[in-house]
Every structure is written in C-alpha cells, then in structure tokens.
Design a protein around this ligand. Sequence first.
Ligand SMILES: [Zn+2]
Length: 212
Amino acid sequence: MIQIKKFTFNPFQENTYLLINENNECIVVDPGCFSSTEENELSTYITENKLTPIRLINTHFHIDHVLGNLFVSTTYKLPVTAYQSEIDMVAMAERSAELYGIPYKASPKPTEFLQEGDSIHFGDAELKILFIPGHAPDHIVLVCEKEDFMIGGDVLFKGSIGRTDLPGGNHHDLIDNIENKIFTLPGSIKVYSGHGPETTIGEEKMTNPFFK
Ligand SMILES: [Zn+2]
C-alpha cells in the first residue's frame, strides 16, 4: 500500500509529493521546497517517519517543480530523474528563474531518465510512466493502476488543465493527450495535481470545462 504525503511549497503554491511504500522507502516527486523553513518541513517529515528516500523524480522541469532539487539531491544523495528531452530544460528553468526574479539554486542535471512505457517497481506496487507533452515538452505522469492513483504534474487540475503559453507548450497536444492517454484510464483513478486539490479522472471527464 502506498501512502501519499503532500506538501505545498514556494511562491507558486506547488504540490510536492512523497510516495511512501510499506518498507518506509519514499520517492520524492517534484520537490518545490524553496525557503529553509520549507526544506526543514520536508526533511523533518522524512526523519520523523524514518523514511528512506530512494528516488527524486520530476514530472517536468518548470521552475516551481524543481526549486528543491538541489536540496533533496544533496541531502539524500539522489540523482535527478526526469524525461530525456532534446530541449535543455535545465537551462530553461534557470532562465525562467531570472525572469521571475527568484533566487534559484540550480538543479543538478538529470542523469537518470524515464520515458513512455517505463515501469518503476516500488515495494508491492508498480508505477507506469506516460509521456504527456502539451503543458511542457518534457512532461511525464506516474500512474499506479493497482492503487488507483496518478501523480499528474501540471497536466490536469480539478476543473482545469495546465497552461500552454510557456515555451514548448501546445494546447492542442495537451487536450489530445489527456483525451487519449488519461481519460482512457479507469475513472476511479485519483489525480494528485501539481497545484490545487486532488480530483479523479471520472470527475474531470464529466465536469472539466475544457472537455465539454
Ligand atoms: Zn509546469
């Protein structure tokens, strides 16, 4: 059984998730911790619950999702895992930090890569990787059908979808990918989004204004 712990970090109110398995191992997804208070909040939770972080995975390399990469990667000696993109997403994150005027401790470059169809064994469960570009050109999501949830990054939100006006965004691709790759999954799957509250695939199919 996987437990999911959510933190909301940084000026962009980004959701950072810990996936915790029955062996007390955890995967850190999209560490967005920014201030030392936020870094402490994350590391204290990990220490107090006697967790062993075994992976750091980014759903995509937008600045708000990688602000805590250096901290997590250094503290727990973890390589950064992300989609292998031809675009230099690390440089892009640095440029957008300058644009937003936020101090950015540059993320280490990803050295482990995931692509569509990969599976991650995690305790008793398996996380399947889907490639869902549209919001960002390097966007992946993690789906656990056995336990009925997905970590969706900025693809699908409760009542909305990810913005597509940032570099590499494509509205048509995003709509297409959600309809063909996400809405074809069981409706009961709970979606943990990169911003805002959780939802389910079924609820979004019925009510999301982008798919009416
Ligand atoms: Zn994003």
